[in-house]
Design a protein around this ligand. Structure first.
Ligand code: ASP
Ligand code: MG
Length: 480
């Protein structure tokens, strides 16, 4: 009998993206079920599907439905070819395909309606976006059943209850807890593997919402924390969290352990391993989290660990810097003027103006002379942000209290992350020397008061050399 109690596992888009991947996923579920008596499986849409759905809806909003037949046949081919090769039982295979087909037809109907209206509301976009997970959950259920494991597919709209903030909905944890337990526990207690949709929820009135792009990780964290589970495993297509992007530094390696605050910084600074919202529910509930590779399941992956006090004699040596990331395609915006000195409220108005454009700001610096405020925004939002700032400060610009509001060309934010930096003087010196030695100019610097990361803004052309140079510090520090 299974030794451990409850496990929640989430499979990402590539982990369910083909017949081959689905076979691996089913085997993983089987192995997990031998170890745990209660297993919940959360699935993303098959890779590429959510993008295709959203693209069809956006085209429809512009009045174009010509690409719909192509989208339909891509979706059929993707799901049906997997169903044909993996679902042995004919009636199960046919009923699964029929259900998926009716979801594909729902896409066509929704897109036609959007085209007639000439616009897609956030609610309509969520109705469309939810279809991918609603298809994959049926496919995965049948594939798992074909591997002779008792399983049942349930759409998470039945128990993840959210507010009506479509496209980025927030769960109501109280109702979600009650419903999740009420719906899932009876099945789990019977040993049935529950397969459910990632990324989606419903308002109390039943409107389908989504939790934001990449939200299936968050779904896993929500379900894991409310049940609660002993562990949450996120199955993806890499061996875990890496020291940096291996496309830039081929010697990048998997980190066996990472603390919650480190991974939060990494997720924030562009490493797409885990949806940033995933961390909070599992930390709050004290649940273990592991990131592992569907295509290399015997690899232990990366374990998230509590923020233990830094021990310089830890077995891996003092890993002061643990990872390096880059966010590309950013612009630095600077508001400059001697008239800003000591005037309260300038920063509040500046960021109010930025917020009015719905742009989020990954990095801010202000020198103590208070004569300039400088921050980064994604390049595609920069023009709009500049306009908003010029509007809000029109008077100050006229009176020359603000001399100018300007932006750079494309830059990258390079971030080094490591909890050990908090207790180690001289890390920033090492970081800057490393960049200086590689002739890389730094435009701006920011360090959060948590001291878990230092970010530097460099010219877009220096992105790769900056990452390489700073990755050198990881190798150096782990050899000490
Ligand atoms: N399918 C959704 C997306 O692509 C959610 C997820 O995969 O996490 O954003
Ligand atoms: Mg993802």
């Amino acid at each position: 009998m299974a030794a451990k109690e409850t496990l929640v596992m989430k499979f990402g888009g590539t982990s369910v993206g083909s017949a081959d991947a689905l076979v691996k996923a089913a085997q993983i579920v089987k192995d997990a079920r031998a170890e745990y008596s209660r297993v919940v499986v959360i699935t993303s849409a098959m890779s590429g599907v959510t993008n295709l759905l959203l693209d069809s809806a956006s085209r429809a909003a512009n009045g174009s439905v010509e690409s719909l037949p192509a989208a339909e046949s891509t979706l059929r081919e993707k799901h049906f070819s997997a169903a044909d090769s993996l679902i042995k039982d004919e009636s199960l295979r046919e009923s699964t395909k029929r259900e998926i087909d009716s979801l594909i037809r729902a896409l066509v109907d929704l897109c036609k309606a959007i085209a007639v209206l000439g616009e897609a509301s956030p609610r309509a976009m969520d109705a469309v976006a939810s279809l991918g997970e609603r298809m994959s959950v049926r496919l995965l259920e049948a594939v798992i059943a074909s591997a002779v494991i008792k399983s049942k597919a349930i759409e998470s709209t039945a128990f993840i209850i959210t507010n009506a903030h479509y496209q980025n909905a927030h769960p109501d944890f109280k109702i979600t807890t009650e419903k999740t337990r009420a719906v899932l526990n009876p099945l789990l207690d019977e040993g049935i593997v529950v397969v459910t949709t990632g990324f989606i929820g419903a308002t109390p009135e039943g409107g389908i919402t989504t939790l934001g792009r990449g939200g299936s990780d968050y779904s896993a964290a929500i379900i894991g924390s409310v049940l609660p589970a002993n562990d949450v495993w996120i199955w993806t297509d890499v061996d875990g969290v890496m020291t940096t992007d291996p496309r830039i530094v081929p010697s990048a390696r998997t980190l066996p352990e990472i603390t919650y605050s480190e991974i939060a910084e990494l997720a924030y600074y562009g490493a797409k391993v885990l949806h940033p919202k995933t961390i909070r529910p599992v930390v709050d509930a004290g649940i273990g989290l592991r990131i592992c590779n569907t295509f290399n399941p015997s690899h232990p992956g990366t374990r998230l660990i509590a923020n233990t006090p830094f021990d310089s004699k830890a077995r891996n040596g003092p890993q002061i810097v643990k990872a390096v990331t880059a966010i590309r395609s950013q612009r630095l915006i600077t508001i400059e003027g001697r008239g800003m000195l000591g005037v309260p409220g300038v920063a509040a108005r500046a960021f109010g103006a930025v917020a009015s454009t719905k742009t989020s700001v990954p990095l801010i610096t202000q020198a103590s002379s208070e004569q300039s405020i400088c921050f980064a925004v994604p390049s595609e939002a920069a023009e709009q942000v500049i306009n908003a700032l010029q509007n809000v400060f029109a008077d100050e610009i006229k009176d020359e209290d603000i001399d100018r509001v300007w932006m750079t060309e494309d830059v990258s934010i390079i971030t080094v992350v490591g909890v050990g930096m908090r207790h180690t003087p001289g890390v920033s010196g090492l970081v800057f020397t490393q960049l200086g030695d590689s002739d890389i100019n730094i435009f701006a610097i920011a360090q959060g008061s948590s001291e878990v990361s230092i970010s530097m803004v460099v010219d877009a052309a220096d992105t790769e050399s900056a990452v390489k140079a700073l990755h050198g510090l990881i190798v150096a520090s782990s050899k000490v």
